[in-house]
Design a binder for this molecule. Structure first.
Ligand SMILES: [Zn+2]
Length: 197
């Protein structure tokens, strides 16, 4: 089906969002087209506001209103432990287990030959720099699919070179599993049963 030019433009913008396919982008676009102007104004305002008020934590890349996020600046957290995650959704899934009291490091981009992506140099360098601050162990909690494993192997080598222990989520995480959709019990067990790699 051929869409009017402006509708097509919106669909193409929405399809860039993670997890949104062409059909869903089309549904969103029609919803927006038919929605009341107040609803649309609110959506536009919320998008603008998030860009104006939030930035990324200069330590771990979590979205925050300050320079350093709430987790990194919390003195009750174990600063000798860093958990590397793909994105904020994975971080939130691990936080929900209440079994992890260390710090995080968000990659956002992982190794994917198919999508042609690679973790940003700056984020990897920041992680390696953070290890100098008394970090004893890095838990790599990327997904257990091929891309997650490739990313894990790549980072593990760099971290081991720094003389820091590296571990990977253990029992219960199915092969090809996604951290952000794993249930709390599986994720808790997996954290507790992590294995050194
Ligand atoms: Zn942080």
């Amino acid at each position: 089906m051929v869409h009017p030019k402006n509708l097509q433009r919106l669909i193409e913008s929405l399809v860039k969002l993670p997890g949104v396919g062409p059909k869903m982008a089309e549904r969103f676009s029609y919803h927006i087209l038919l929605a009341g102007s107040q609803e649309i104004d609110e959506l536009i305002e919320a998008i603008k506001e998030i860009k104006n008020s939030l930035k990324l934590c200069s330590e771990c890349y979590t979205p925050t209103e300050k320079d350093i996020c709430a987790v990194c600046s919390d003195n009750s957290r174990d600063k000798t432990l860093i958990c590397v995650v793909k994105n904020t959704s994975s971080l939130n899934a691990i936080e929900r287990t209440q079994k992890f009291n260390g710090l995080y490091h968000i990659l956002e981009k992982i190794i994917s030959p198919l999508d042609g992506t690679f973790p940003e140099k700056e984020r990897v360098k920041r992680l390696l720099d953070r290890l100098e601050k008394g970090v004893m162990e890095v838990i790599i909690a990327t997904d257990t699919d091929t891309e997650g494993e490739m990313t894990s192997n790549y980072l593990a080598e760099l971290i081991r070179e720094k003389g820091v222990k590296v571990s990977r989520l253990g029992y219960g995480m199915p092969l090809g599993g996604t951290i952000e959709y794993a249930d709390e019990i599986t994720l808790s067990r997996s954290l507790e049963g992590r294995k050194e790699i």
